[in-house]
Structure formats: structure tokens, C-alpha cells
Design a protein around this ligand. Sequence first.
Ligand SMILES: Cc1cc2nc3c(=O)[nH]c(=O)nc-3n(C[C@H](O)[C@H](O)[C@H](O)COP(=O)(O)OP(=O)(O)OC[C@H]3O[C@@H](n4cnc5c(N)ncnc54)[C@H](O)[C@@H]3O)c2cc1C
Ligand code: SF4
Length: 465
Amino acid sequence: MANMSLTKNEMPAQEPQVRNQNFLEVALGYSKEQAIDEANRCLNCKHKPCISGCPVRIDIPAFIQETARGNFDTAYEIISRSSSLPAVCGRVCPQESQCEQKCVRGIKGEPVAIGRLERFVADYQNTYGNTKLTKPASNGHKIAVIGSGPSGLACAGDLAKKGYSVTIFEALHLAGGVLVYGIPEFRLPKAIVQKEINALKELGVEIATNVIIGKTLSIEELQNEYGFEAVFVGSGAGLPNFMNIPGENLKGVYSANEFLTRVNLMKAYTPDSTTPIQKGKKVMVVGGGNVAMDAARCAKRLGAEVTIVYRRTENELPARHEEVEHAKEEGIQFKLLTSPIEIKGDSNGWVTGLCCQEMTLSQPDDSGRRKPVPLENSAFEMEADCVIMSIGTSPNPLIKDTTKGLSIRNWGGIIVDEATGLTSLTGVYAGGDAVTGAATVILAMGAGKTAAEAIDSYLKGEGAS
Ligand SMILES: Cc1cc2nc3c(=O)[nH]c(=O)nc-3n(C[C@H](O)[C@H](O)[C@H](O)COP(=O)(O)OP(=O)(O)OC[C@H]3O[C@@H](n4cnc5c(N)ncnc54)[C@H](O)[C@@H]3O)c2cc1C
Ligand code: SF4
């Protein structure tokens, strides 16, 4: 019987004052009963608007109907036809601006908790499930994928399912891209990412870590010496931006990328970590996106008093609403309409404070955006011993600089044909943050899947080269 409750089943979670002192997952997931109850809120609409909000087009009503019936294996099988990382997407996708935004239950109340149900089905499968992916017969073609983030994993997975022999080349010592080096353990446990990567390995995908394309090997070598018939570039946008203000080279200033990599990938929060991190007492995080929230919440868990410094108001914070709420509950302070102008240091070169100015928002410009404008004579200083810059990232120029003929936008993004992911080079495709700049997991996966389709057509002599 349909559940006509106007609100979602709540997600059980660790208490804020407990979780802000540990790195264990914050959200605890639905029980079987909660999942079935939530699935019964779905009306199984004929025109299925939720699917149009999903960049990889999961058959959402079908998997929810199976969940409502308690057929969790079938639900998983339906999701995995479209997504190779359901436990990841169920946790980190911005459902509120995608599938759930289109859900008709959202007109008069809260939408169906599609993301929480996806997470439940994937976790149930990981714990009890029997659905095994079987390695298909090889079709004899070799494909190289550069980068093991969501775009590379999605592309590799789809090609492997079609019988291609796929090798992923990853610069770091662990596969997963931002899923392992960026997003913290308390939002996305690394064991979950590893399970989904293991599932790809079972399909036959090989992963060569510690290989930097552009240094260890070039794209040309992959094609001409190693016989890869097509190459997918999913190298992400891992180069941090800075503000270019005085003091950014002081000790105690981190890019969010470095800070999060030390904490998440190198487990700097454990006492025996070989890659240490400065445990600040007063930490300022500059920026307002998901990355800033993650850095702030990690710093809090390392014992600091943490303030987010953002130059617009709370309404413009680019981070997911849920992440902002979680950060506030955990005791992170927000200094809004504030922009840094200088980082102060002592005679030993260590950070001592952050000088800022107050901002106001202009009238909306032609695009409707209100620009932050400094208020005159409003400079002030806040005490700090660590500053984390989280104001965006760009694609690393290494592949561009070492690949002749690869067309690139002036900000560093690789230029591709949107419908196929084909770059300016024959047989070379690209997608994810390397093409769009920093975006989302599911968009990166969508791009990886598009390129996999196009590579398949190309090698069958049907499509673009
Ligand atoms: C801290 C943080 C939090 C985020 N939170 C969310 C969230 O909650 N929800 C969401 O949807 N998105 C989130 N994002 C964004 C999302 O993670 C990215 O959009 C997504 O990971 C991009 O995927 P990708 O495959 O393009 O690249 P990446 O995940 O960046 O992976 C690229 C991989 O390529 C490797 N590589 C780079 N250059 C080379 C080379 N030359 N040779 C070999 N390997 C190379 C890198 O080491 C990396 O492993 C977050 C990002 C960050 C940084
Ligand atoms: S729009 Fe909402 S209610 Fe309708 S099928 Fe999709 S999830 Fe179910």
C-alpha cells in the first residue's frame, strides 16, 4: 500500500558531538524496514520524471518497486545496469538537484529519498547479496584509461562489460580519484569504494597504479608502442587554485587538496601515520563548496576550532545544503560576506592570522548573479595557526603539455565533442572534471559512459574516430 507520508524516512546518523571527534561514517543507512517503508512512498509514475534527472538514467521507479517488494537483489541488478558505483552515488550524489528534484512527491512534501534507497540497495548487496558480475569473453581490443576517478571507472566498467581488455593508469598508489583522496571517510568510507573497484577488477579491468601519464608514459606511447586502440582521459581537475594574496607561502597554509589528501589517503589522523599533518588549533577554511565543508569537518575532527570564510551569504554557498547543515551541527563557525586579503605570519614563517575585509553583494548583473564587493575601511584580522584554501581547482597541465595536438580551453579543460567525448586526436576521448572543470561524481560517470559507447562504435567502425 502506498505510503502517503509527506516526509522522507529520516536517516539514522551519529550524534553531532560524537561524530565531530571521529572519522566514522556520519549517516548510518536505512534498516530493511525503513527502506521498504520509504520505497512505498514512490507512486511508480507512468512518465517517470525522476529518471530524466539522473545523468546515468537509472530506471529509478523499477528499482524502487523491487525494493518495496523486498527484492533487493533485483533492485541492485536494475541499478547496476546503469551505474557501476551505486554505493558511492547513493552517498555523495547531489540528489536534491537531480533525480529528487524531479520527483512528483516533492510537489506537496519531500521527494522520495531516492539516494538513501540507492545506498540501502547497494549496501545490502555488498553485505548479503548474490549478484555477481561475470567476466565476458574478450573481444581482443585493448583500451587505456587515464585516471581511476569516477569517469575512468565508469568508462572502464562499461567497456569491460562489452569484452574489451581495459587497463587503467593511475598516478597515485590507490585507485578511486577524489573518492579516495578527497571525500573524507566520514562521508564515504574507503572500504565501500574499494568494494566497487574490486567488482570492476572481477570484470577483468586491470589497474596500474603509480603510473603518471605525461611522465612515466605518454599517450602517444600508449597508442603506438603498447597497442592501445583507444585512450580515455579521465585525469580530473586536481590542480588547486590560490588567491595570490601575501602570505600564501607561509607554513600552515594548505590547499584543500593537499590537506584532504594527507588526511584521507595518507590517514594523517592516525597516530602512526607516516605522512603527518599540522593539527591546527584555530583553522580558517577559505571557500564555500563541498570541498571547503570537507576540509573544515576534517580539521574539526583533528581537534581545531574551525571557521569557514566565504565572500557571499549563506544563500550562495555552493556546497550541498545537507553538508552545510552537518558542518554547522558539528560546531563549524561561518564568517560570511568576508574575503581574505593577507595571511600574517611570525618571524619563523608560521601562520599567525588571517586579514580579511567585509563584503557586500552588488545588484544582480545580466546573468542574475550578485557580485561580492569590498566594503571600504572594513579590514580586520582573525587569529589563526592554519589556513586552508578551498577556492576551486583546475585540470593539471601535464597531459596537455606532453600530448601534441590535444586541443585545450584557455582555463585548461580538454575540448571534446559533447556527444561522444572525442578530443581533437584520433582515438583519444576524455571526460569528467578534466573536461568540465570541478563538477560532480555522477556527471563524471555519465561522461565516462558516453565515451565508452563512442569508443565501442569507433572500434566497430560505426562512429566518430
Ligand atoms: C573534497 C571533494 C569533495 C567532493 N564532494 C562531492 C560530492 O559530495 N558529490 C559529488 O557529486 N561530487 C563531489 N566532488 C566532486 C567529484 O568528486 C568530482 O567531480 C569527480 O571525482 C570527478 O571525477 P573524475 O573521474 O573526472 O576525476 P577524479 O576523481 O579527480 O580522478 C582523476 C584521477 O586521475 C588521476 N590522474 C591525474 N592525472 C593523471 C596522469 N597524468 N596520469 C595518471 N593518472 C592521473 C588522479 O590521480 C585521480 O585519481 C568532490 C570533490 C572534492 C575534491
Ligand atoms: S518521480 Fe518520484 S514518485 Fe514518481 S516514479 Fe520517480 S521516484 Fe517514484
